[in-house]
Design a binder for this molecule. Structure first.
Ligand code: SF4
Ligand code: ZN
Length: 420
């Protein structure tokens, strides 16, 4: 028998209304991930016999060991599910919900995904008696509640032991993330006849619609085309719906009548037209959970990209946070756009504006993480070691030093058609 759980047994509130709540530094008791400690989250499928339903384990110190003043801990959240109708393809779909379910907890803030997740627990939530196993309780209840049609059993392991977090991250999580990405590698936008819409973020950005294609994943970085397809299979009337492409109006801008019709309907008329490969002309809207922001840098005739983890200044004179407040909210902001990390090295990246050749600046850490793919993409368009032609904060964060560097390395953006 399946019991539908509606109550979540935790000592603080649990509701979608808490989703947009921030936990500021002053109010924070415990912090995990976000570049401060190693952290990751994963949902994986196991055999029925390997999952003990409702088993919740905390392996390592709990947050009360941080008392009285609070502090940081490493964190791994491993959710193991089993079910007769479960498929491996569904793992990332269920995993994406960790973000939503943890944000439903009063005084808990979750940002990011995979091994760039970032979690904060507030002082008042800690004082109310909230401990790490409550994370497991919330996930257990909501996962069965929402995915009861595909999963029968759920167990949650929460690791805070640094060695285990790192070791299991290498052994279990990373290979999973890589395998998921690899499955997408052979797919192009031309090779499929259907794209997907995703409306998951309309809960806080009511007019926002993501169009998810094989070569452009959702801007949260957590919904690939395969994930959107699996979401539709799991929940036929759910947040991801197919859009049969039909005839393409403009292959360079990425314009289809079918997409425009879908966006108009799904945004309730707020957005009329979207060119999915353009940042300047009818770009896709941005909700708020983008992994990166791309913005035009007029002085360099190109674009910069900044990732959420980078706290410093950018050559646009704004930090990630400042850019986010003008980019988000589900409206079109030509010249600024949220995007998933993987889109940066897609062959469809800003195709309308000339592609990767426009990329002039990005934080060093992001550049290093993407170096191999950036160089590979560069090579395809005739540039060796393209990553080294892209400026970063060690070159400078003021337009003058960036442009000077671009001149020195002969960056292609300087001689392209004006971007605006
Ligand atoms: Fe879906 Fe886009 Fe939100 Fe990701 S950012 S969950 S793809 S609507
Ligand atoms: Zn979002």
């Amino acid at each position: 028998i399946k019991i539908k759980i509606t109550e979540v047994p935790i000592p603080v509130g649990f509701a979608a209304a808490f989703e947009g709540e921030r936990v500021r530094k002053e109010d924070m008791f415990a912090e995990f991930g976000g570049g401060r400690t190693p952290a990751w989250e994963l949902v994986r499928m196991r055999d029925m016999a390997d999952v003990e339903d409702h088993r919740i384990e905390v392996i390592g110190p709990d947050i009360d060991t941080l008392a009285p003043e609070g502090g940081k801990l490493p964190l791994a959240i491993l959710v193991e599910v089993a079910g007769k109708n479960m498929q491996e393809d569904f793992e990332p779909v269920i995993e994406r919900r960790i973000h939503y379910f943890l944000n439903y907890i009063e005084g808990v803030m979750h940002i990011g995904q995979r091994d760039i997740m970032w979690l904060r627990i507030s002082k008042s939530t800690y004082e109310a008696g909230f401990r790490l196993h409550h994370i497991g309780e919330a996930l257990y209840a909501k996962m069965l509640d929402e995915f009861g049609n595909i999963i029968d059993k759920v167990q949650v392991k929460i690791y805070t032991d640094k060695e285990k977090v790192i070791k299991l991250g290498e052994e279990i999580a990373k290979p999973k993330y890589e395998a998921r990405d690899a499955r997408l590698a052979g797919l192009t936008d031309e090779s499929v006849d259907t794209f997907y819409s995703c409306l998951l973020c309309q809960s806080f950005a009511p007019a926002h619609v993501c169009i998810v294609t094989p070569e452009r994943l959702g801007l949260c970085g957590a919904v690939s085309w395969l994930d959107a397809k699996a979401t539709k299979e799991i929940n036929p009337t759910g947040p991801c719906q197919p859009i049969v492409k039909g005839e393409c109006k403009d292959e360079i801008k990425g314009s289809w009548d079918s997409i425009n019709r879908a966006v108009q309907e799904l945004s309730h008329g707020a957005t009329k037209e979207v060119n999915i490969y353009s940042i300047m002309e009818n770009p896709m809207t941005s909700c708020g959970c983008f992994e990166c922001i791309c913005g035009v840098m007029p002085e360099a005739n190109g674009v910069i990209i900044v990732n959420r983890e980078y706290a410093g200044m950018t050559p646009l004179g704004m930090t990630f946070g400042e850019l986010a407040s003008t980019t988000g909210g589900g409206v079109q902001t030509p010249g600024f756009m949220g995007m998933g990390r993987q889109y940066i090295t897609s062959r469809k990246f800003l195709l309308a504006e000339g592609g990767i050749k426009r990329l002039v600046w990005m934080p060093k850490e992001l550049k290093e993480a993407l170096r191999e793919k950036l160089n590979q993409r560069g090579k395809e368009i005739g540039f060796e070691n393209f990553a080294d032609m892209i400026a970063d904060e060690t070159v400078g964060t003021d337009p003058d030093s960036v442009v000077e560097f671009l001149n020195k390395v002969g960056h292609p953006a300087l001689t392209m058609d004006p971007i605006m």
